[in-house]
Design a binder for this molecule. Structure first.
Ligand SMILES: [Zn+2]
Length: 109
């Protein structure tokens, strides 16, 4: 079980699966969205992800029509992205995790 939160901690979430794959994404769109050279993201099953507090602060932005980038409307922390054509998966922004992860598979994309 993993737990995470946004910077202001109004939004908290839980991930019941292990996180065993991390991608360091360097695409331009993600650089803009994160304000960073790259973003550490992990694919997670939507069924294993639950917002435990602060759903009213969730806000989404769509730079591309079929992908929602979900962030905290109070502090701006990016939390995850989700594709309309792949509702069973989300891509979690790992900087928001509060629990440590041990990962075998890491790659830059
Ligand atoms: Zn926040």
């Amino acid at each position: 079980m993993h737990k995470g939160s946004c910077l202001c901690r109004k939004i908290r979430y839980a991930v019941t699966d292990d996180i065993d794959e991390v991608s360091m994404c360097h695409c331009k769109q993600r650089q803009k969205a994160q304000g960073s050279a790259f973003a550490a993201v992990a694919p997670i099953r939507s069924a294993a992800f639950r917002i435990t507090q602060g759903t009213e602060y969730l806000k989404e932005y769509r730079a591309t029509p079929n992908r929602a980038r979900v962030f905290c409307s109070e502090c701006g922390s990016p939390l995850y992205s989700a594709r309309d054509d792949l509702p069973e998966m989300k891509r979690l922004r790992l900087g928001t995790l509060d629990t440590p992860i041990l990962v075998n598979k890491r790659y830059h994309a």
